[in-house]
Design a protein around this ligand. Structure first.
Ligand code: ADP
Length: 427
C-alpha cells in the first residue's frame, strides 16, 4: 500500500478504483485533503487542496475512479494508532451501473413526459442502505437532476432528526462533511425510534409522505423526471416484510434494490407485481457494523447536530414557555380491547389518535416536534412539522417549561408533539 508518513500527516496514493477507508475514534478529529487527482466521498466530489474535517464517529470512504492522493492527519492524536486502509474490493462499479440504469429511465421519462424512476433500497441493518441512497442521489445531482430523497428510517434520521420520516429534494450533491444537513427537509412526526412501536402510525405517515411527493412531482417537471430514492430501516422479517411491500406499493416504486440478502430478494421477486424490477446488490466490505450503543450515540449526535450544528457552529436558544402557551399531544393512545371502544371504532384507530399530555416532570429531556398545524382540530397527525425543541427544565410552581430551541422566542406555533426520544443537553 502506498503510504507515506510525514510530520503533517499520512499520504495515501490511490490507484483507479481504490477506496481509502477510515473511522474517526471517540473524541478525535480527522483532517483530510486531496492533493492530486479526483476523488469522491459517497458520490460527492472532493475539491482539490481543501481541508475537510470529520468528527468523532464518522466512517468515511474516499473512492476514486481515476486515482488520487489523499493526505490525512489527526490533530488531537497522541500516538499513532488510528486505522486507515486502502481497499481494492468495492461494489462501486455495480452501484454506478445502477445509477446508469436510473439515468436511462430518467432520459426516457423526459422524452415521454412521464414520471421518472422510483427506487426503494431495502436490506438488513448495516449493509450500506443509507450510503447507497446518498451515492445515487449525489450522482443524479451531479448530472443536474433533482431527485427526491425519502427517508423512512426513523432510527437514524438522514434527512432530519431520528423519530421522523421525511423527504428532501437533492438539487446539488451532499456536503462532503455534513451529508444533507444544509437542505431543509419536509418532515412528519413519528416519535419513536423503531417502526415496531406504532406500525399503524408509521404506515399512515408513509401514505401521507407518498401523497406529498406525488403533489410535489406534479408541480415540477425536473423533480418528476428525476424520480425518488427511498431509504428504509433494517426491519425485514414478519411484519417488517409486510411493511416493505406496503411501502413499495404506497410509493408505486419501479425498482427495489435489495442489499446483501438473497432470501429477501427472492421473496420480493415472488410477491411484488411483475412490473417492479427487483435487483440484488452486494454490500461494501467497508460498511461498519454498529452496536446498539453506537446506534444510540449516533441518534444523540444527530439531535445535538440539529441544535448546535456539526462543529458547534449554531447557537440555540433557551427560553421559558408558560404551560398555558402550548398544547401538548402525543400520537397514539394505549390500545384498548375492541369491546371497550365506541361502536364502529377499531383498536388501530387509537394508535393514530392525538392524545393530550398534561404538563408534568415526566416531560423533562423529551424531544418535541413543533407542528405546523394551527389548531388541534386540524389534522395534526398528518401535518408536517416546523422543527423541534427539548424541554430542559420544568417549574411546576411557576407553571412553565424551559426549552432548548433552534431560534429565539416565541415558538413558531403552539402545538407540540411528544417523542419517546430524549436528549440531555450536556456539552
Ligand atoms: P444502513 O443504512 O444499511 O444501516 P449505512 O449506509 O448507514 O448502513 O452504513 C453504516 C456505516 O458504514 C455508516 O456510518 C457509513 O458511513 C459507513 N460506510 C458505508 N460504506 C462505507 C465504506 N465503503 N467504507 C467505510 N465506511 C462505510
Amino acid at each position: 500500500m502506498a503510504e507515506e508518513v510525514t510530520g503533517e500527516g499520512t499520504k495515501f496514493d490511490l490507484k483507479p478504483n481504490d477506496e481509502l477507508r477510515f473511522e474517526v475514534e471517540t473524541k478525535q478529529t480527522v483532517v483530510m485533503e486531496m492533493t492530486h487527482g479526483k476523488g469522491e466521498v459517497f458520490g460527492a466530489e472532493l475539491a482539490k487542496n481543501k481541508k475537510y474535517k470529520f468528527n468523532s464517529g464518522a466512517k468515511v470512504a474516499v473512492y476514486t475512479w481515476h486515482g488520487c492522493q489523499i493526505k490525512i492527519s489527526f490533530p488531537n492524536l497522541v500516538g499513532t494508532t488510528e486505522v486507515a486502509y486502502i481497499s481494492k474490493e468495492t461494489p462501486m462499479l455495480m452501484y454506478l451501473n445502477t445509477h446508469a440504469a436510473l439515468e436511462q429511465m430518467r432520459l426516457k421519462a423526459d422524452e415521454e413526459n412521464m414520471r421518472g424512476p422510483r427506487a426503494i433500497i431495502v436490506g438488513p441493518t448495516d449493509v450500506g442502505k443509507s450510503t447507497l441512497c446518498r451515492i445515487l442521489c449525489n450522482y443524479a445531482a451531479r448530472l443536474g437532476r433533482a431527485p427526491i430523497f425519502a427517508d423512512i428510517d426513523v432510527g437514524q434520521g438522514q434527512t432530519d432528526i431520528p423519530g421522523t420520516i421525511g423527504a428532501l429534494s437533492v438539487e446539488r450533491p451532499s456536503d462532503v462533511e455534513e451529508d444533507y444537513s444544509q437542505l431543509s427537509p419536509l418532515s412528519f412526526h413519528f416519535g419513536h425510534k423503531t417502526p415496531q412501536t406504532n406500525t399503524a402510525l408509521y404506515e399512515l405517515l408513509i401514505q401521507r409522505l407518498a401523497e406529498v411527493i406525488n403533489m410535489r412531482s406534479e408541480k415540477s417537471k425536473r423533480t418528476n423526471v428525476s424520480g425518488v430514492i427511498i431509504n428504509t430501516c433494517g426491519w425485514i422479517r414478519g411484519a417488517g416484510y409486510e411493511l416493505i411491500k406496503n411501502t413499495a406499493g404506497a410509493f408505486e416504486v419501479d425498482l427495489v434494490m435489495v442489499i446483501d440478502q438473497e432470501r429477501l430478494f427472492n421473496e420480493l421477486k415472488r410477491d411484488l407485481p411483475h412490473f417492479v424490477h427487483v435487483v440484488l446488490l452486494p454490500k461494501s466490505g467497508g460498511v461498519v457494523e454498529r452496536s446498539q450503543s453506537s446506534r444510540g450515540e449516533a441518534r444523540d449526535a444527530k439531535i445535538r447536530e440539529y441544535f448546535y450544528g456539526i462543529d458547534n457552529s449554531l447557537y440555540p436558544h433557551n427560553f421559558e414557555v408558560k404551560f398555558t402557551d402550548v398544547k401538548i399531544f402525543k400520537i397514539g393512545a394505549p390500545v384498548l380491547p375492541e369491546s371497550c371502544l365506541p361502536l364502529g371504532m377499531k383498536a388501530e384507530d387509537n394508535k393514530t389518535k392525538q392524545v393530550p399530555v398534561m404538563p408534568s416532570m415526566s416531560l423533562l429531556h423529551h424531544v418535541f416536534s413543533v407542528s405546523a398545524a394551527n389548531s388541534p382540530e386540524d389534522n395534526v397527525v398528518e401535518t408536517n412539522v416546523l422543527g423541534y425543541v427539548v424541554i430542559t427544565a420544568i417549574d411546576m410552581e411557576k407553571q412553565c417549561f424551559t426549552v432548548l430551541a433552534p431560534s429565539p422566542r416565541p415558538l413558531p406555533k403552539n402545538i407540540l408533539l411528544m417523542m419517546d426520544l430524549q436528549f440531555m443537553d450536556i456539552k
